[in-house]
Design a protein around this ligand. Structure first.
Ligand SMILES: Cc1cc2nc3c(=O)[nH]c(=O)nc-3n(C[C@H](O)[C@H](O)[C@H](O)COP(=O)(O)OP(=O)(O)OC[C@H]3O[C@@H](n4cnc5c(N)ncnc54)[C@H](O)[C@@H]3O)c2cc1C
Length: 448
């Protein structure tokens, strides 16, 4: 393929210069510029997530010598306008596979083509693009383990060489340009740009390197322990594309320890969920497997009260409350605790999973549509994988097992052992029995 004279890099969930085929392809052109869209949807995000986006964009712009334009508006209009300004015949981008990502890139392609320009995809936020790994009969996998084996056998490329950030052309100013300094301060009382190194791509890579050197060997034994906090914390960088999973997998492959294979398997979950959503776009809202009858879910004021106690960390179950407070205070929660709180909402309180997933969307900084919706479906037992509905997490025994010294719950619930802390809002054993009875009834009705 001939290299166009002028290209544009459309920055999406790939906000990095290392291992970035879309940026590298654009940089091959004699003239090359970059555009990022600040879409109207960002205004539904939490202040913390907006601030994070702005800080990551700010860092990327710094790394590109100031030559990244970030503009408000719908991508079809913003990208086309920028391509016109840069006189770019080709726009390079990483391909998305989620329902909204696909709709956006279709609109951008149509607008560019109408303007006599071309959208070319290179790479995606995954090691193996969703839709590629299939059973021998061509059908998608429904169950995780065989998917993972096939995914490993498929393999992936080595990381692409890093760019140095020099040589990008600056687009002239526009009244749609976003004031990143102001946005970076959103929802925060401290000046975030006082510590810019915190958000740099180099910092993400260095932190990951330290994780591999210092903690990866312990991953197998400690990854379920929220009190030890031994996981990689890579989810936010992966969600914003500050690191590519290929880079992560290459480091894990070099690490000769059984823990590295478990860690790799967690990344396979990320790829599996993206694959499931690609094949079943309706899974973003609808249960793939129904579990209870419509009338069995709580509704109205009862549902609102239950939801608010859960959301505010006031259920009287320390593991649930600690998790919800960690989420509220930091925008992140340990995976084991995400499972416990999600199970509690769906199976103890019988609130539909979609309401919990919506709350996570608003609160998580590492929010990722496919991961969030499909993990909720996994815990709710409504997903594609074999997680059965009748496996109900007991919040007390989960705490005994994974927070044995109560360090995690004490950290997030200062009033834990005082009269100020609520008594349990329900009897877990009794609710479990009711939920299971409803489940069996609904199952019998469906099979009639
Ligand atoms: C109800 C619920 C909602 C979730 N919502 C999100 C979300 O919006 N965004 C998100 O990135 N993760 C989500 N997860 C998955 C998981 O909790 C986080 O990826 C993990 O806690 C992030 O911490 P870490 O980077 O330290 O993970 P590590 O244990 O260090 O794992 C490394 C990477 O593997 C991937 N990974 C690990 N566990 C999972 C998993 N269960 N599913 C998919 N990928 C996984 C992540 O990319 C993670 O960064 C959710 C899980 C549950 C149960």
């Amino acid at each position: 393929m001939t290299v166009p004279d002028s290209s544009l890099w459309w920055v999406r969930r790939d906000m990095r210069l290392a291992d970035n085929p879309a940026a590298a392809s654009a940089a091959e052109s004699r003239n090359h510029a970059a555009i990022m869209c600040w879409t109207p949807g960002v205004h539904f995000w939490s202040g913390r997530r907006v601030a994070h986006l702005a800080r990551v964009a700010w860092q990327l712009r710094e790394a590109m010598g100031g030559a990244l334009s970030v503009r408000r508006g719908e991508p079809a209009q913003v990208v086309t306008e920028a391509a016109r300004q840069a006189d770019a015949s080709v726009v390079w981008a990483a391909q998305e596979f989620s329902p909204s990502g696909v709709a956006t890139q279709d609109a951008v392609r149509t607008a560019l083509e109408a303007d006599g320009r071309e959208l070319r995809f290179v790479g995606s936020p995954y090691a193996v693009a969703p839709g590629r790994v299939r059973k021998s009969d061509g059908d998608p996998y429904k169950v995780f383990t065989p998917f993972r084996e096939s995914w490993r056998a498929h393999g992936w490329r080595s990381p692409a060489p890093a760019l140095d950030g020099h040589g990008w052309d600056r687009l002239s100013a526009s009244d749609q340009d976003v004031d990143l300094d102001q946005m970076a301060a959103h929802g925060d009382t401290t000046d975030p740009l006082l510590a810019p190194h915190e958000f740099r791509e180099e910092r993400v890579l260095a932190d990951f390197g330290s994780f591999v050197d210092d903690a990866l060997d312990r991953y197998q034994s400690e990854r379920d322990r929220p009190d030890l906090d031994s996981t990689s914390h890579l989810s936010t960088a992966l969600a914003f594309g500050q690191i590519h999973p290929r880079t992560v997998l290459a480091a894990a492959a070099r690490h000769d320890h059984p823990s590295a294979r478990i860690f790799e398997s967690e990344l396979a979950w990320r790829e599996f969920h993206a694959d499931v959503l690609f094949h079943h776009p309706g899974a973003r809202r609808e249960s793939l497997t129904p579990v209870l009858s419509n009338q069995d879910w709580v509704a109205g004021t009862k549902a609102d009260a239950a939801f608010m106690a859960w959301r505010d960390g006031l259920t009287g179950f320390p593991m649930v409350d600690a998790g919800m407070r960690q989420l509220a205070q930091t925008g992140w929660m340990h995976n084991r605790v995400r499972m416990v709180v999600a199970s509690f909402l769906v199976k103890d309180l019988r609130v539909p999973w979609q309401r919990g997933a919506d709350h996570f969307r608003r609160a998580l900084v590492d929010y990722d549509h496919a991961q969030n919706q499909l993990n909720w479906q996994w815990v709710a037992g409504t997903g594609r994988d074999a997680a059965p509905f009748f496996r109900i997490f007991n919040p007390e025994s989960q705490r005994d097992k994974f927070d044995p010294q109560r360090r995690y719950v004490e950290r997030w619930i200062p009033e834990l052992d005082t009269p100020g802390y609520p008594t349990p809002m329900l009897d877990h054993k009794a609710e479990r029995a009711v939920t299971l009875e409803m489940y069996q009834r609904a199952k019998a009705q469906r099979s009639r």
